[in-house]
Unconditional design. Structure first.
Lengths: 162, 584, 618
């Protein structure tokens, strides 16, 4: 969900401007906090950070788009990430991803039009023992199969329609 | 400085310890090709064109940033190195449009000339190219990312020299590109339209928004009186577009060509500059005596004006209210001249030939009109004029010199030096001093404000009072001066600021010099010399002594700074958002 | 703040209290239930298991039993893992529902819960962790405390000689002596390239400078590697202590740990550890009253593999895009904010305290001539015992795959082992007896890398694997230099063509030429090694490349566009397992008959291949 300027301003004043020094070096740290808090880096926040850190917006935008953790659009209610680390790849994570693309009708990095699901690829969540894995809002599902994906999606759908 | 000896292609070279291999090679007469390298501005070693082999190292080394070392053995032309360079070019070209023939930079493109040099006849590694939308929404700059080769010379210029940072590298890997925030148009971000990025670009990824077609259309329209005016710096640059040496004053050929192109009149913006001096010096004397809003800062550089409006809106009161010379001159052409000649001003089409692309934006500012009549109708750059001359098959080099049309073509030496950093200050001081003292100056050269130094400070004695002046060129330096003022560290009375480093002669609309030329020749110095020579050779070197000017003030405008002068020659400023891109 | 005396006292009393963790014969009435809280086990709800244990113990008022969260035990494939000390009983794949039974049967009645015991590869039931083949050939130095202590309790770390090495160097050794010990130990950088650690320290010390920095590279980005994460999660203090020692040695008083934000547990434990160390005065001003100041801050990465490259990492700490700097100057001369900076990775630091305490000679007695000590690997892929292993240098690949890893599952054949991740290469069967050390791996076209080791069975297509790695590099290239930005993309495009059957024979030559040029021309380590996986696969599996390029055929089912799955009628026993597993009902045939695949229906998903017990499908 997008958040309005007042909400952003409140967060920035309480958690950023009063905590961090006005130093460019802090940009990534601040962006990590913003991403964590809002689930994306809103444009208004970018503008305020440009003033706070006295750096051009283009440079901030350059940093945001460099790191895959930062996103410019809000994520869906459920973010499903498929691990494409080598261990998972060898164990067939591509099939899991393909199935999700097919069911959600979106590509990795996108969010469904109804704002419910975002699909991501990640590189190794560190649960190689459970490969292949995918996560739903950070919760790890191991030893994934196409059937398991279907099951999880059906369950989420069910939760939504209630 | 300590020296070291090294061998390059078996030649021994001795050079300062902090020199690069590229510099050492140059000293040894070896020209290593470069692409992303731009002397002192972008020395990053990214493009990998300048690769060399250094004995004892595994891979190739970028010579543009590798410092020399004692006993180093460098090879610049082994088959492997040559192959690597070909491969780099192949890869760059595989990600570059193949439409050289229709490209604005054809013939003056560093990538094209390297491809020729290395005989790249066919691309080996063809593959995906990312299509980018072209940004042509601003009145000044067109950004065609498709042609970008990621050399980042524009970024370094914008961010490190001008300290603006309107563009930067975004995304990662193959998807990397140079972009504004959110890929917004340059029109809506912090860009000041100084155009220095265009001159840094080795390809056609950045160029001015051309107005040639509009001008041709008006030239062909018999009902329109098309009047050209040319800025001081244009004459010191345009010859280069036709192979004349850098620093050639080609004023006669320029005027002749303009007339051949069909302009009804060709006037000299230097005269406009004289008007600016009259107004500005008067304004200064007034503010100086009243100690009102000091220091006064010049306002003839529209990139600079856009900068202060966006970055230091609280300091706008310091800005002189004078329009820039070509705007003043346009207003006079469409009022005084039109009246004198009995022409309907709405039938006049004023084309300013400028070394500047911010002037394209300036002419569109809503303030720049008098009674609904726009001051200037089109602005073309030095480069655009050269292109028109070529399109019209005019043999520029051999055309017989011609002179500006009277009565608006008579200018002083003071007007000429407007085109270089320190020139406005010098011209204004010549006039202000005499306005204050009423006495004629013995020495009219103010050397302390000339030269390449980014910030030039000087003290001038006038009528027993010391005036502290400062001249800054390049927006990075402008920022330093403004910050000093803000912090109350300094008490200047008069400040000259030009957006472009070097002033108008190095403006964003001037002929583009390759990286190689820029590292071998001091272009600024040569072009500046051309203008100072004009000044030296002029019989009248002070604006207020321009007889034509005196006549126009007497016959039409009245007093400098008077009511009509205010209406025609002065303007207002307002704070502008740094980023006009919304919050969502 | 604690005085040195107080720290020593904690060590003494805790040592006694925790003896049962390492000694099965410890004289105690206590029992400790250790629950693995590494990312792997946490993913399988080990946190719930921990809570359940605690609740049951509280409800039933059971005395002398403590439940401890620990770092990774290593055998992730059998997680969640619960170990009960001092008897060292090892329960595998425990679920939250099993807690009641473990408490009742094991703790209360003193009997083992047989059904939760682990079955070794040879089929034997194993009671104790150390009896597993998985552990027999391992030697745990870097992972010494992982799975033994509670990483969130500094006292437990101190109990096992924690901060003793720091005390030793600050009280007894000169800076040069510390560096000499590290040099003499033969320790080399565990991040990949294997630069001698002592040399690096020496170089950084030698540079004049008021301000220097110590940096820990915990940006473990190699997909399929989790050694560093496990150390940070299981024993964060050993990294902090080593960084302080490094700071003393090179003359720095400030350290940064650059860690992936994707490792929330590691970050959390590091934060706790830093706070505890500060509280005890083990970080901060005037440590042990010696006048030495040292403090550490955490910097989070934000998802860029290239930031594992040391200069890109520095850029990222400075808040910028992680684009590598051109070297020289090296970080030792000009690093963070232009100051002399020492950068080592997590595993390298994890060895330091042990080297200081046990001496250089002890360490250098382990390993091979030029590669000393041990190396931690994250063993994954088609191998039975997936997990974290630490072996002495010189252990052969065969020992790791078969003795420790328990061989290849489903009766398939070993095809290749990939080490060094996107910078490394594939090692084929014929090199299984290569001893693992820096030089040997390099010689056979791979590299040590940070420690990812992915095993592949014969159902894996090597061209597709090369494509996978290039896809990774292309998406992780920073985009700074031409060869890496465009060159790797063009390599990937060629590999994609090959996998789709659209390649040409000349593509192979072009690929090879481009690969070598990228290696020689790129700015940083990422580009200079990106083509390695392709080159090594082309070297050992050239036949497969030719099949893809010329015959338009993939011998595995992985490249769907050019694969055809068939059932060998001679091998098929008609069991029908394949038929049941097929998601599109493409397999035809009646019970006990040889099955056939309807090629029109087949979507080449490959499910049947792994189901066939007779290897009849290919």
């Amino acid at each position: 969900m997008k958040c309005n300027e007042q909400v952003q301003e409140k967060f920035l004043n309480e958690e950023i401007f009063t905590v961090y020094k006005q130093d460019k070096d802090n940009l990534i740290q601040i962006l990590n906090e913003v991403q964590e808090h809002f689930g994306y880096i809103p444009k208004y926040t970018q503008k305020r950070l440009s003033e706070f850190l006295n750096m051009p917006m283009a440079e901030i935008y350059g940093v945001i788009t460099f790191y895959s953790r930062f996103t410019l659009e809000p994520k869906g209610k459920y973010t499903i990430s498929v691990c494409l680390g080598t261990a998972c790849f060898v164990k067939g994570s591509q099939k899991i991803l393909d199935r999700l693309k097919e069911r959600l009708k979106i590509e990795p990095g996108q969010t469904t039009a109804d704002g419910k699901y975002s699909l991501d690829e990640t590189r190794c969540v560190g649960a190689c023992g459970l490969a292949p894995v995918f996560t739903v809002n950070g919760e790890v599902y191991g030893k994934a199969t196409v059937q398991k994906i279907d099951q999880v999606l059906d369950e989420l759908e069910g939760r939504e329609s209630k | 400085m300590e020296k070291v000896k090294l061998t390059i292609d078996n030649k021994e070279v001795e050079i300062e310890k902090n020199a690069t291999v590229l510099q050492a090679a140059k000293k040894a007469g070896i020209d290593i090709p470069t692409l992303c390298y731009l002397k002192e501005i972008n020395e990053v070693g990214d493009c990998r064109m300048c690769l060399v082999e250094i004995e004892g190292r595994r891979g190739f080394t970028a010579s543009c940033i590798q410092k020399v070392e004692e006993g180093m053995k460098v090879r610049t032309n082994t088959p492997e190195v040559m192959e690597a360079r070909r491969m780099m070019l192949d890869l760059i070209l595989s990600n570059h449009p193949q439409d050289c023939l229709t490209c604005v930079r054809s013939g003056n493109c560093e990538l094209q000339s390297l491809a020729n040099q290395y005989n790249i006849n066919e691309i080996q590694y063809k593959g995906e190219r990312i299509e980018h939308e072209i940004d042509d929404l601003s009145p000044s700059i067109v950004r065609d990312t498709n042609k970008c080769i990621l050399c980042r010379r524009c970024i370094s210029t914008c961010k490190n020299v001008q300290k603006i940072g309107a563009i930067d590298c975004v995304n990662r890997g193959f998807e990397s590109c140079i972009s504004t925030v959110g890929n917004e148009s340059l029109n809506n971000v912090n860009c000041t339209f100084c155009g220095q990025c265009i001159k840094a670009c080795p390809t056609g990824a950045l160029h001015e928004k051309e107005e040639i077609d509009n001008v041709w259309e008006k030239l062909r329209d018999e009902d329109t009186i098309v009047i050209a005016q040319t800025a001081p710096a244009v004459r010191a640059g345009i010859g280069e577009e036709f192979g004349m040496p850098i620093g050639t004053n080609a004023v006669g050929k320029m005027v002749a060509s303009l007339k051949r192109l069909g302009f009804d009149k060709v006037f000299d913006t230097n005269t406009g500059a004289d008007f600016t001096i009259m107004e500005e010096a008067t304004e200064f004397v007034d503010r100086f005596t009243k100690e009102d809003n000091l220091p006064m800062i010049t306002s003839c550089s529209p990139g600079w004006v856009r900068f202060i409006e966006k970055y230091y809106p609280d300091m706008l009161n310091h800005l002189s209210s004078c329009k820039s010379p070509h705007q003043m001159f346009g207003a006079i052409i469409k009022s005084y001249y039109a009246k004198k000649e009995g022409i309907d001003p709405s039938k006049i089409y004023v084309v300013s030939v400028m070394p500047c692309i911010a002037k394209k934006y300036e002419k569109d500012r809503p303030e720049m009109e008098v009674d609904g009549i726009r001051d200037v109708d089109a602005v073309i750059t030095t480069r655009e004029l050269a292109k028109m001359v070529k399109q019209a098959n005019i043999d520029f080099v051999n055309i017989e010199d011609s002179e500006f049309d009277s009565p608006m073509g008579e200018a002083t030496g003071a007007g000429a030096i407007f085109g270089t950093t320190g020139g406005v200050m010098e011209a204004a001081l010549r006039t202000a001093q005499e306005l204050i003292t009423g006495k004629e100056l013995e020495k009219i050269d103010f050397e302390s404000v000339r030269g390449e130094k980014g910030i030039k400070r000087a003290e001038v004695e006038i009528a027993g009072k010391t005036i502290k002046v400062v001249v800054a060129h390049g927006l990075g330096n402008a920022r330093t001066v403004l910050d000093e003022m803000k912090e109350g560290k300094v008490d200047y009375q008069f400040v000259e600021i030009m957006a472009c480093p070097g002033g108008c002669i190095m403006g964003g609309g001037q002929p583009i010099k390759s990286s190689k030329t820029r590292s071998e020749v001091d272009v600024r110095k040569l072009r500046a010399k051309a203008l100072y020579t004009i000044d030296e050779k002029s019989t009248i070197r002070k604006s207020h002594e321009n007889p034509m000017l005196k006549k126009i003030y007497k016959d039409y405008i009245g007093e400098p700074g008077g009511e009509l002068a205010e209406k025609l020659l002065h303007t207002t400023y307002s704070a502008k958002p740094k980023y006009d891109i919304g919050n969502e | 703040m604690k005085t040195l005396e107080e720290i020593r006292k904690i060590r003494e009393s805790k040592k006694k209290e925790l003896e049962l963790r390492v000694n099965t014969k410890a004289d105690t009435r206590e029992k400790h239930i250790l629950v693995c809280h590494g990312t792997g086990c946490t993913s399988s709800k080990s946190n719930v298991i921990l809570e359940n244990f605690k609740n049951i113990i509280k409800e039933r008022n059971i005395e002398n039993v403590r439940v401890i969260k620990t770092g990774c035990f290593g055998l992730c494939a059998k997680g969640p893992i619960v170990i009960i000390r001092p008897e060292d009983t090892f329960y595998a794949m425990v679920t939250p529902d099993d807690c009641e039974e473990i408490i009742e049967t094991h703790i209360v009645q003193g009997k083992t819960v047989d059904r939760l015991l682990c079955k070794d590869i040879d089929g034997s039931i194993v009671n104790r962790l150390d009896d597993l083949n998985f552990y027999k050939k391992q030697k745990r130095i870097a992972l010494k405390n992982c799975g033994v202590i509670n990483p969130e309790d500094i006292d437990e770390y101190i109990a096992f000689d924690g901060y003793l090495a720091l005390e030793k160097v600050l009280k007894e050794q000169s800076r040069d002596e510390v560096i000499e010990t590290v040099s003499k130990s033969g320790l080399r950088g565990r991040g990949g390239a294997g630069f001698p650690t002592g040399k690096k320290w020496e170089l950084t010390k030698a540079v004049e400078g008021e301000q220097k920095y110590v940096v820990c590279n915990a940006d473990e980005g190699d997909p399929g590697a989790f050694m560093d994460r496990s150390i940070l999660e299981g024993d964060p203090h050993c990294v902090l202590e080593a960084m302080a020692i490094a700071g003393y040695a090179i003359g720095a008083n400030k350290g940064y740990i650059y860690v992936r934000a994707e490792y929330p547990i590691a970050v959390q434990r590091l934060k706790i550890a830093i706070n505890q160390a500060r509280e005890y005065g083990l970080l901060g001003k005037n440590i042990f009253d010696t006048g030495f100041d040292f403090d550490i801050d955490i910097r989070l990465g934000a998802g860029a593999f290239v930031c594992g490259e040391e200069t890109a990492l520095l850029e990222s700490i400075e808040g910028k895009r992680g684009q590598p700097r051109i070297k020289p100057p090296y970080p030792a001369a000009s690093g963070l904010w232009g100051k002399p900076t020492l950068i080592n990775n997590v595993e390298t630091y994890a060895n330091i305290t042990k080297i200081i305490l046990n001496g250089a000679d002890w360490y250098s007695s382990i390993g091979t001539e030029n590669s000393k000590g041990t190396k931690v690997f994250a063993l994954g892929g088609n191998v039975n015992n997936i997990g974290l292993v630490e072996v002495p240098m010189g252990t052969t690949l065969r020992e790791i795959v078969y003795d420790i890893g328990g061989g290849i599952p489903n009766g398939r054949d070993f095809k290749a082992a990939q080490t060094g991740g996107p910078s490394g290469g594939c090692i084929p069967k014929e090199h299984l007896d290569t001893p693992i050390d820096y030089e040997s791996l390099k010689e056979i076209g791979s590299m040590m890398g940070s420690g990812g080791m992915i095993i592949m069975d014969d159902t894996k297509c090597m061209v597709n694997l090369a494509r996978f790695y290039l896809e990774f590099t292309v998406s992780e290239s920073c985009g700074k230099c031409t060869p890496c930005r465009i060159g790797t993309k063009r390599m990937l495009e060629i590999l994609e063509r090959l996998c789709e059957g659209k390649g040409e024979e000349e593509d192979l030559e072009k690929l090879d030429k481009l690969a070598h040029m990228i290696i020689k021309s790129s700015v940083c380590g990422l580009g200079q090694t990106a083509p390695n996986p392709v080159i090594s696969v082309m070297r050992y599996f050239n036949e497969e490349f030719k099949e893809h390029a010329i015959d338009k055929h993939c011998r595995t089912s992985e490249c769907k566009a050019i694969s055809k799955i068939t059932i060998n009628s001679e091998l098929c026993k008609g069991c029908g397992l394949c038929q049941k597993s097929c998601p599109v009902n493409a397999i035809e045939g009646e019970a006990r008959e040889v099955r056939k695949i309807n090629q029109e229906k087949c979507i080449k998903c490959g499910t049947c291949l792994s189901k066939c017990p007779f290897k009849a499908i290919s």
